[in-house]
Write a protein that binds this ligand. Structure first.
Ligand code: KMH
Ligand code: ZN
Length: 272
């Protein structure tokens, strides 16, 4: 079996105070992505930060980072349209105008720790339609069972007709499903026929649930967005140890890591 390894090097929440090796600036993110590509990643899931480290949808910062990555390696770019909890939806959705190969689509509003993650239905539908127009493959981020139903409703309205549907089952966000094997299995069982998926398990459960997901036929994602620690009490020194461990876990299952070209066909990315 061939699996797609995605690196998520930065995310929207953690700071360099939480882990001093977190890449936040364009050059740092591009260097982290190149390292991950060399370790077998074929997709880079990107969030951006301003000069003060705050999450941003600034198009210049995004473009510069994407260009720096393209100079370094041919990895597929997946932009997060989740961006950060403080960034308005209108700024978040503008990122797809850069026409990345993929972007995330978060289908529902929810509590997110002590904050709110706002994804109003009309805005989500507009973004889904625009991604379709631009040929940007959606990765659907589902944090609860109802989020899957919301995606299926969008599909039934003709707003999500890219096959295969691509899901991230997100576990462990406070406000979404807890990071348990039981929840993962429940969600995998509910996915539509032919869907491709990965687990995003936040924090300590990341490693175990990634292993279970590999055993169930999922793809794999790794990086400091999902966990800052390599193991209890040991901060990961950059993204490399997490990506390398994910690659080793896939190898232990005798799964090959998809090349960039294989990823294009496995995910049926819209042509360019
Ligand atoms: N940070 C994760 C909880 C997105 O960027 O759109 C989910 C995520 C979604 O990666
Ligand atoms: Zn993200």
């Amino acid at each position: 079996m061939t699996v797609v390894l995605t690196v998520a090097p930065t995310g929207p929440i953690a700071t360099t105070q939480d882990n001093p090796t977190l890449p936040t600036q364009p050059e740092e993110i591009a260097d982290a992505v190149l390292d991950a590509y060399r370790l077998g990643a074929s997709v880079a899931h990107l969030h951006f930060r301003d000069a003060d480290g705050r999450p941003t949808a600034d198009l210049d910062i995004a473009r510069r980072t994407v260009d720096l990555i393209a100079e370094r390696c041919p990895i597929h770019i997946q932009l997060s349209t989740g961006v950060g909890l403080s960034v308005p939806f209108e700024e978040r959705e503008a990122l797809v105008e850069l026409r990345p190969r993929m972007a995330t689509l978060n289908p529902c509003s929810m509590s997110f720790g002590a904050f709110e993650f706002r994804n109003p239905p009309a805005d989500v539908a507009r973004l889904a339609a625009r991604m379709h127009e631009l040929g940007v493959k959606p990765e659907l981020e589902i944090y609860d069972t109802g989020h899957l139903e919301a995606c299926l409703r969008l599909r039934d309205k003709g707003l999500l007709d890219d096959e295969p549907m691509q899901f991230s089952i997100v576990l462990g966000v406070q406000g979404g499903m807890a990071a348990t094997a039981d929840n993962l299995l429940t969600m995998v069982r509910r996915l539509p026929e032919g869907a491709v998926w990965q687990v995003i398990a936040i924090g300590r459960a990341s490693q175990e649930l990634t292993g279970i997901a590999l055993g169930l036929g999922g793809n794999v994602r790794a990086g400091l967005e999902d966990t800052l620690y390599l193991r209890k009490g040991e901060l990961s020194q950059g993204n490399d140890p997490l990506v390398e461990r994910a690659a080793r876990m896939a190898a232990a299952f005798d799964h090959e890591l998809a090349s960039v070209a294989e990823t294009e066909s496995l995910l049926n990315l819209p042509p360019r």
